[in-house]
Design a protein around this ligand. Structure first.
Ligand SMILES: Cc1cc2nc3c(=O)[nH]c(=O)nc-3n(C[C@H](O)[C@H](O)[C@H](O)COP(=O)(O)OP(=O)(O)OC[C@H]3O[C@@H](n4cnc5c(N)ncnc54)[C@H](O)[C@@H]3O)c2cc1C
Length: 471
């Protein structure tokens, strides 16, 4: 690592090297600013991604694979790797619709939450990464069951748009692997799209460094933290970008003097809780073959009812976690893994959670489903049961562990400092040299895949930072 001798004098210190951090680093570095990016996870690539599922879980996620909410009822999947969620995610990109953006505008008082204002930014993201649907000829048995089941029940569905370039399914590639890092660099993670350009333009990347505390003075921001071996260090710069995700940002700020002037810090936390539904069929389904996801629901009644369906699959350890029972019964079910179809019910959750520090200083996430969220979930579960029933399923299993993979909020964007943390110019209220534009600024749960909007907001914020720097 070469950062030791020269840890001060940066124009911008960026905490978190995931989706937002990499996008912002790219814009700022190419514009000539001297930036350093601190990332708690490792910098791995197509040659070094872990190849066993258990290793991937423990090496690419916080908490050794899964973290739990305070009451243990919801598992949280939080990426910890350079590239963040774009390395482990399924790369499905959604532009937000009016339903999501109208709610954000109303909650935040921020006028740019509209399609007409955001579309130019989505377009700019699309110039930086390749986005496409899975070609029809390669959709697998899981997709075929979903397609037939939706048609038989009159549910709308549509091919998803994925951040992928050329998955070369004709060569036998199976994207089930790509949630452990894409071995052919087809998945358009920020680590293979924008980050290399940023590094070429002079970005200093410091992997395996966890930021712990931030002190923001008028002219200078100091970030203190430690390397994996425990060595402590500080980085100083004129400006700070917090891009450590919903839990990461709240954690760093809660431990910092800034917390006392941010009353809404850690609040408005959402996760899109997901329930995995498995259908066992007599004939092989081959959900693990080819593309990991080709379809999602595109059904206005589902959208209004507060859920969507994702037609996905997961590697064996993740599936085993969802199957009830022990021993022989569990083993019997798992032996049939190639006969399983899978649909996830994704709830647009209404009950905000809270990220806080526990008595011992640990991060605690309070997050529960309220009656409305449970009703939304049940509605979705029933729709999946209908899809499976209409396609000859032998047995349906409802997953045992609810998961939150879209971690959002905690530094909500808004114009009122009493109920939000980040101002409409992406600066912390009352602290103009600290910027945030990642998933932590979401005012509530949009009910759609978040990463495209994280990238769009990050490009907006980068432009703002450049304007401020030039001024
Ligand atoms: C399994 C899975 C599948 C997903 N699939 C999709 C999908 O198909 N489509 C979609 O839109 N979204 C998907 N998501 C969600 C998406 O990945 C996130 O919304 C997105 O990554 C959020 O971007 P971010 O920049 O806010 O945070 P991240 O990309 O998570 O980046 C935050 C980074 O900050 C680092 N960090 C945290 N704390 C610190 C600290 N103290 N010091 C230094 N570094 C720190 C983390 O290690 C992490 O790398 C998925 C997520 C998961 C887990």
């Amino acid at each position: 690592m070469t950062f030791d001798e020269n840890q001060s004098g940066y124009d911008v210190v960026i905490v978190g090297g995931g989706v937002s951090g990499s996008c912002i680093a790219d814009e700022l570095s190419r514009a000539g600013l001297r930036c350093v990016m601190l990332e708690a996870g490792a910098h791995v690539d197509r040659g070094t991604y872990p190849r066993a599922e258990i290793d991937a879980n423990s090496q690419l996620y916080w908490g050794g694979g899964i973290e739990l909410t305070g009451d243990g009822r919801l598992g949280l999947l939080r990426p910890k790797v350079v590239g963040g969620g774009s390395i482990v995610g399924r790369a499905v990109l959604d532009r937000f619709d009016d339903l999501a953006l109208d709610a954000w505008r109303e909650l935040s008082g921020v006028s740019f939450f509209s399609r007409s204002a955001l579309d130019p930014w989505y377009d700019r993201v699309a110039e930086r990464i390749s986005i496409r649907a899975v070609p029809e000829g390669y959709r697998n048995g899981n997709a075929e069951i979903f397609r037939q089941g939706c048609e038989r029940n009159g549910y709308g569905y549509a091919p998803v748009q994925r951040a992928a370039r050329d998955c070369r399914y004709q060569d036998g590639n199976c994207c089930i692997e790509c949630v452990m890092g894409c071995r052919i660099d087809s998945k358009q993670s920020t680590a293979v799209t924008v980050l290399p350009r940023a590094l070429e333009a002079g970005l200093t990347l410091v992997p395996r460094f966890e930021a712990e505390r931030v002190v923001a003075d008028v002219d200078e921001v100091t970030v203190t933290g430690r390397t994996e071996s425990g060595a402590r260090s500080s980085f100083r710069g004129r400006r700070l970008v917090l891009a450590a995700g919903a839990i990461g940002n709240a954690r760093v700020l809660l431990d910092s003097p800034l917390a006392s002037s941010l009353p809404a810090l850690g609040q408005h936390f959402y996760t899109h809780p997901q329930t995995v539904m498995l259908g066992r069929y007599r004939e092989p389904v081959g959900a693990h073959l080819g593309p990991v996801q080709s379809y999602a629901s595109d059904e206005p009644t589902f959208r209004r009812a507060g859920f969507k369906l994702d037609n996905v699959f997961a590697p064996p350890v993740a599936i085993a976690l969802q199957v009830p029972g022990f021993g022989a019964a569990h083993q019997r079910f798992m032996r049939d893994i190639t006969h399983l179809a899978c649909v996830e019910v994704v709830v647009r959750d209404t009950n905000p959670g809270r990220i806080r520090l526990g008595k011992t200083g640990r991060t605690v996430v309070d997050k529960r489903l309220n009656a409305e969220d449970r009703r939304r979930r049940e509605h979705g579960v029933q729709a999946v049961r209908n899809i499976f029933a209409s396609t000859g399923v032998r047995e349906v299993v409802e997953g045992q562990v609810a998961l939150g993979m879209h971690l959002m909020g905690g530094c909500a964007l808004g114009d009122d400092p009493a109920v939000s943390v980040t101002s409409p110019t992406f600066q912390l209220h009352g602290c103009p040299n600290v910027y945030v534009a990642d998933s932590s600024v979401f005012p509530n749960a949009p009910g759609l895949n978040p990463a495209f909007t994280v990238m769009a907001l990050s490009l907006m914020a980068a432009e703002r930072i450049l304007e401020d720097a030039r001024a």
